[in-house]
Design a binder for this molecule. Structure first.
Ligand code: NDP
Length: 313
C-alpha cells in the first residue's frame, strides 16, 4: 500500500537516493531539506524534475532540523497537502573530524544538536499525529560507528550517533503500544556517493590541533584513506536506499529492528546482535515483552512471560 513518507536531509546522499527509490516504489515522498529557496534550490528543482520525468510522487518540503518551528511547519505542510503521514525517516546528519580535545563544548553541542536533538524536534512534530492514527513507522539512519570499530578523530560524531541510537532503542518500546514500529538502518562507512565526508566540519581553533599533528601527522587523511580502502569495489550507496525501501515495504509488525549495510564489516553487526538480544531478553524478564512489537490498542490480553512465570500451571 502506498505510504506518505517524510525524509529529513534528503537533498543529498542516502536521503536523496532513498526519496527517489521510495517514490519509484509508489509512495508519496516528501524530501525534506533546509534552505529550499537558497543553497538547496537546485536540489528542489532536481527532485521536481525527477518526479516529472519518472511520473512519481516525489515532493519537497522545507525542514531545518535545528528548528522546532521548521519541523512543526514541515509536518503541518505534509498533513495539509497529503492528508496523512505514515513514515518518518531520520536521515539528516552532519559529521566533524579532528582531535577530540580541539572541539569546544559548543562545537560538540552543535554536532549533537543536528544529529540527536534534530530527531527529537521531528518526533515532537510528527509523533502526536502518528500516535493519534495508531499506526506508523519511525526509521532511523544510525551508524555502525556506534557499536563497531571506531577510528580516532571522529569522536563528536560517533558520540552523537550513539546518543541517537540510544534514543531510537528507547523510543521503540515507548511507541509500540501506539502501534508505531521502529527500524534502525545501520550504514557502514561510505566515503563516496554522499556528501558526508566532503562536508565534514573541523574544530575552529588552531592551538590544540598542531600539538596533535606533531604526534599524529596526517592521521585524519589516513583514517579516510583506510576507511575507503576497506570498502569493497562494489560498495554502493544505493544499497542503503534499497534497504530503506525494503523496510518500508515490509508488512507492519514484521519489520526488522535493525538492518546493517556495512560493506567493510567493521564489527557493528556482531555487537548489535548481542545488544538487541539482551534488550529483548531483559524486556521479557521484566514482563514487558509486548513492547518488542507494535500492537493495536487495546491489545489482545495474553499472559506475558512474567505473568506465566509468576503463575506456573
Ligand atoms: P550527506 O551529507 O550527503 O547527507 C546529509 C544531509 O543532512 C545533507 O543533505 C544535509 O543538508 C542534511 N542536513 C544537515 N544538517 C541539517 C539540518 N540542520 N536540517 C536539515 N538537513 C540537514 O551524507 P549521507 O547521505 O552520508 O548522510 C545521511 C545520514 O547517514 C546521516 O545521518 C549520516 O550520519 C548517516 N551515515 C552516513 C554514513 C556514511 O559513511 N556516508 C555512514 C553511517 C551513517 P545540507 O546539504 O543542507 O547541509
Amino acid at each position: 500500500m502506498s505510504k506518505t513518507i517524510l525524509i529529513t536531509g534528503a537533498g543529498s546522499g542516502f536521503g536523496a537516493l532513498a526519496a527517489r527509490r521510495l517514490a519509484d516504489a509508489g509512495h508519496t515522498v516528501y524530501a525534506a531539506m533546509r534552505n529550499t529557496t537558497g543553497r538547496n534550490a537546485a536540489r528542489v528543482s532536481d527532485a521536481r524534475a525527477y518526479a516529472a520525468d519518472h511520473a512519481v510522487d516525489l515532493r519537497t518540503v522545507e525542514l531545518d532540523v535545528l528548528s522546532q518551528e521548521s519541523a512543526d511547519a514541515a509536518v503541518a505542510t505534509v498533513l495539509a497537502e497529503a492528508g496523512r503521514l505514515d513514515v518518518i525517516v531520520h536521515n539528516a546528519g552532519h559529521m566533524v573530524t579532528g582531535p577530540t580535545e580541539a572541539f569546544t563544548p559548543e562545537e560538540l553541542a552543535a554536532v549533537y544538536d543536528t544529529n540527536v536533538l534534530g530527531t527529537q524536534r521531528v518526533n515532537r512534530a510528527a509523533l502526536p499525529h502518528l500516535r493519534a492514527q495508531e499506526h506508523g513507522l519511525v526509521l532511523w539512519i544510525g551508524s555502525t560507528s556506534t557499536k563497531g570499530g571506531t577510528p580516532p578523530y571522529l569522536a563528536p560524531y560517533f558520540a552523537a550517533k550513539s546518543a541517537m541510537d540510544a534514543l531510537a532503542v528507547s523510543y521503540a518500546a515507548e511507541l509500540a503500544r501506539f502501534n508505531i514500529e521502529t527500524s534502525i538502518i545501520v550504514p557502514g562507512s561510505f566515503t563516496t556517493g554522499t556528501n558526508h565526508f566532503v562536508t565534514g566540519g573541523h574544530p575552529a581553533e588552531q592551538t590544540v590541533v598542531p600539538a596533535y599533528e606533531a604526534r599524529y601527522a596526517g592521521l585524519m587523511d589516513q583514517v579516510s584513506e583506510r576507511l575507503a580502502a576497506l570498502a569493497p569495489a562494489d560498495a554502493d550507496v544505493s544499497q542503503v536506499a534499497a534497504a530503506i525501501v525494503d523496510v518500508v515495504d515490509t508488512p507492519h509488525g514484521k519489520r526488522p529492528f535493525r538492518v546493517h549495510i556495512d560493506p567493510a564489516n567493521d564489527g557493528s553487526e556482531t555487537v548489535s546482535a548481542v545488544a538487541d538480544h539482551i534488550r529483548a531478553e531483559f524486556l521479557t524478564r521484566i514482563g514487558l515483552d509486548d513492547l518488542l512489537t507494535p500492537t493495536a490498542w487495546p491489545r489482545t490480553p495474553r499472559p506475558t512471560t512474567h505473568e506465566q512465570n509468576r503463575n506456573p500451571r
